[in-house]
Design a protein around this ligand. Sequence first.
Ligand code: FES
Length: 121
Amino acid sequence: MTQQSIQWESLCHESEIGEGEARGFELHNKYIFAVKKDGRLYVYYNYCPHLGTPLEWQEHQFLDNSGTLIQCSTHGALFRMEDGHCLAGPCKGKNLKTIRHTIGNGFLAVDSQQVASLGRI
Ligand code: FES
């Protein structure tokens, strides 16, 4: 798939997600979330590779106490913000599903078709 054929769908302005913060979104009846680290946004499928449950413990709360790792609220698995790699927990060594995204005119947008086709991993 070439870059030009991707249909980008806007989620929010990049400034709406602060450094060390996360935000969840529903798009095409699928749940995804974005996190910002060192000024960069990363977007993942909200689906734990352990049992497929949503990761957050409250709305938009995806991070551990330190605010530096993504944490699954069900069994506590910890994932790196910058690549979704699981460092500890029942799914150690697995990865969150990365969602293709871009920033245009300051707005975070994701690959609409990729999100629509998300399912069980
Ligand atoms: S469902 Fe996420 S660690 Fe078990």
